[in-house]
Design a protein around this ligand. Structure first.
Ligand SMILES: *Cc1c(COP(=O)(O)O)cnc(C)c1O
Length: 396
């Protein structure tokens, strides 16, 4: 795999671990292996690293160190935020939860579980053709018994940015907790939790060149976070289990790096993204999914009529381009992505989607390579597709 693929354009699925993050982690995988709960020097060194990492992450987000809770990834942070709000809601008889149709499954499936377990009413707001939910929709849906609104900051499939700050203000005015899944946004667009308007925010290390299996739930001071995992008193009693020190240290280093260069990288990627979009738009019967400008700097998502996303991916992989179709979690099933369907795309078109997600490592030469490779592959697949013949006949 590694030999034949030269252009990695699947950074929304995961990113390469940075050299800085790796170097920061290595001591904690080797000589500094102590348990931060131990009182001896080994333990103290680990506890000190944990505290440093917490302060560093807080600085990167504009947060307070005591508002940072390390988790086992973005999915766990989403689960914990949502279950916290649900538990607090249950105590007050509030059983209404609001979300959008384009959320990650870590959000949607947690809400579905709460509906099944406790009879919560889950209101899933539809999105417009670009994947956006409006603050007016959220404001109209808020009720006295609403326990939580959870709306993502940036969509992982089509890159659409949601009006989170405005939504947060609407929630605050009604005294409703607001969580945002910012896994795709953190480290990729400028962000400060002081002005964001959320009460809780999820992020994940491996989406910004940190390690996998480690994430953060930021919870505004005063939000009584509820534990998903019971045991020892780690994370101030909110997440039991010996801390993943190397992972946490790596996440903090990667985040500081990403945040430090976010403006510069976002500007460069926006230019590369728009070049890629302009090139792919030349392909007959292609369409850009998501918003033209209100989108992540590194996200490109297209549909090509008459072709299967899966076949496209395999041929592109053979030509040295690693991309994705739908989302990594759903590929392997034949169901088209719930996000593309929520945008209003018909099943047959949603099947032919291609996501190219760039990172700070992406070069202009790589964009040129993608632009040289995709059109002939699309032509070839259409040439052997009976569906394409029909589409052309119908158009005549
Ligand atoms: C990747 C991702 C997650 C899950 O994060 P993990 O660390 O892989 O569990 C959640 N939400 C969004 C939007 C993502 O892109």
């Amino acid at each position: 795999m590694a030999e034949k693929t030269h252009v990695y354009a699947d950074n929304a699925a995961t990113t390469r671990l940075s050299e800085t993050a790796l170097a920061a982690m290595l001591p904690y995988l080797k000589e500094d292996f102590g348990n931060p709960s131990s009182l001896h020097t080994y333990g103290q060194r680990a506890a000190w690293a944990l505290q440093e990492a917490r302060e560093s992450v807080a600085r990167s987000l504009g947060a307070l160190p005591q508002e940072i809770y390390f988790t086992g990834g973005g999915s766990e942070a989403d689960n914990q935020a949502i279950r916290t709000a649900a538990l607090l809601g249950l105590r007050k008889g509030k059983k209404h939860l609001i979300t959008s149709a384009v959320e990650h499954h870590a959000v949607l499936h947690t809400l579905a579980a709460l509906k099944k377990e406790h009879g919560f009413e889950v209101e899933i707001l539809p999105v417009d053709a670009f994947g956006r939910v409006t603050v007016a929709q959220v404001a109209a849906a808020l009720r006295d018994d609403t326990a939580l609104v959870t709306i993502m900051l940036a969509n992982n499939e089509v890159g659409t940015l949601e009006p989170v700050t405005e939504i947060g203000a609407a929630c605050k005015a009604r005294g409703v907790l607001f969580h945002t899944d910012a896994v795709q946004a953190v480290g990729h667009i400028p962000l400060d939790v002081k002005t964001l308007g959320a009460d809780m925010l999820s992020l994940s290390g491996h989406k910004f060149h940190g390690p996998k299996g480690v994430g953060v739930l930021w919870a505004r001071r005063g939000v009584p976070l509820q534990s998903l995992i019971f045991g020892g008193g780690q994370e101030r009693g909110r997440r039991a289990g010996t801390e993943n020190i190397a992972g946490i240290v790596g996440l903090a280093a990667a985040l500081a790096d990403a945040v430090g260069e976010v403006d510069e990288v976002a500007a460069r990627l926006t230019r590369l993204r728009d070049k890629l979009i302009a090139g792919l738009a030349q392909i007959d019967r292609s369409r850009l999914n998501g918003h033209a400008t209100e989108r992540l700097p590194g996200n490109v998502n297209f549909c090509f009529e008459g072709i299967e996303g899966e076949s496209l991916l395999l041929l592109l992989d053979a030509k040295g381009v690693a991309a994705s179709s739908g989302s990594a979690c759903t590929s392997g099933s034949l169901d088209p992505s719930h996000v593309l369907l929520a945008l209003g795309l018909p099943h047959e078109i949603a099947h032919g989607s291609l996501r190219l997600s760039l990172s700070r490592e992406t070069t202009e030469e790589e964009i040129d390579h993608i632009l040289a490779v995709v059109p002939p592959v699309v032509d070839y697949l259409r040439g052997i597709s009976p569906v394409w013949e029909q589409i052309i006949k119908n158009a005549q």
